[in-house]
Design a protein around this ligand. Sequence first.
Ligand SMILES: NC(=O)c1ccc[n+]([C@@H]2O[C@H](COP(=O)([O-])OP(=O)(O)OC[C@H]3O[C@@H](n4cnc5c(N)ncnc54)[C@H](OP(=O)(O)O)[C@@H]3O)[C@@H](O)[C@H]2O)c1
Length: 317
Amino acid sequence: MVNLALIGCGYWGAKYLATLTGLADCRLRWVYNRRTVIAASALPPGARFTTRLADILSDDAVQGAIVATPLASHFEIARALLQAGKDVLVEKPFTATAAQAAALRDLAAERGRICMAGHILLYNPAVDAALAAMQGEADFALRYIHSRRASTGAFRADADVVWNLASHDLYLAHFLAGGAAAVSVNAHGAALVDPGQVDAADVAVRYANGVQALIHVSRVQPGKTRETLLVGARRQIVVDDGPEKSVTAHALDGSHEPLALPVAESMPLANQCRHFVDRIGDRQAPLSDAAAGWENVRQLEAATRALQTGQEQSLMQ
Ligand SMILES: NC(=O)c1ccc[n+]([C@@H]2O[C@H](COP(=O)([O-])OP(=O)(O)OC[C@H]3O[C@@H](n4cnc5c(N)ncnc54)[C@H](OP(=O)(O)O)[C@@H]3O)[C@@H](O)[C@H]2O)c1
């Protein structure tokens, strides 16, 4: 049995609370909020609510903690948890700067702690279905990724549309591109609602292995689009994770009827929590480890620089 704490129980943390309540082999010992009290009746048996992070840091029974607080607080909270000997899962975006991400990565390595980034799409069965079809198939050898993530809303004081939405597409594209290093990032965007924040943007990434990704994100689009197109040498896959969920394979030249790929029935957040609990148990590196978190944040920083300067940003080291 793995003992956990949930740090931050707002919009997204509430979903963790519901998910962890039903998850096997783990027990929630603490739920923390800065101010907003969570009633005991809303907690699973054995869990306690606190507004003092110190209660969790000093509880030797707590093995792992999930950080679902606003972005600006991720680094300080995760560092305190790692220093207290806890394993951590930090929501996306992993940290506000790449330097902070590198510091968490190095601290976790030094202390022998699990440090996982909440890159939920890597635990999505639709992505698994696409990966299973692409595995070892020359026709699907990946060349180009085009993703669209758009709807109305998702306004956050602490993250523009690139940090809030494109962060998902960036970690997913990096993973699908086989983990190849990003060599350049470019971005264009428009502030449409709040003059201080970009609400619609296009981000382009080139990877060292020649794969390219083009990402469109918007929070001013009517309707909801969640689509990733994976273009291979002769065939392509469309992962539609929007209201009409499907994963389909197509011939690039349109010479075949689309083929629906089977998708397992499971919940991405539950799969992500399961992965964290299992990694606490077996001490293996998580699929979305701190290095993946760092890579994601360094690409987000580059996209922000590109938006500010109008110049493509080289990430060659
Ligand atoms: N993976 C996904 O698809 C997904 C979806 C949504 C959000 N997220 C991520 O989840 C995180 C939380 O987002 P949210 O939408 O749940 O935010 P939220 O609704 O504002 O909730 C934030 C929670 O953190 C607490 N908190 C606020 N400021 C804090 C601070 N400085 N230190 C410690 N705790 C603090 C708040 O407690 P009080 O109410 O007491 O202040 C609140 O319970 C963000 O990193 C976001 O990017 C991920």
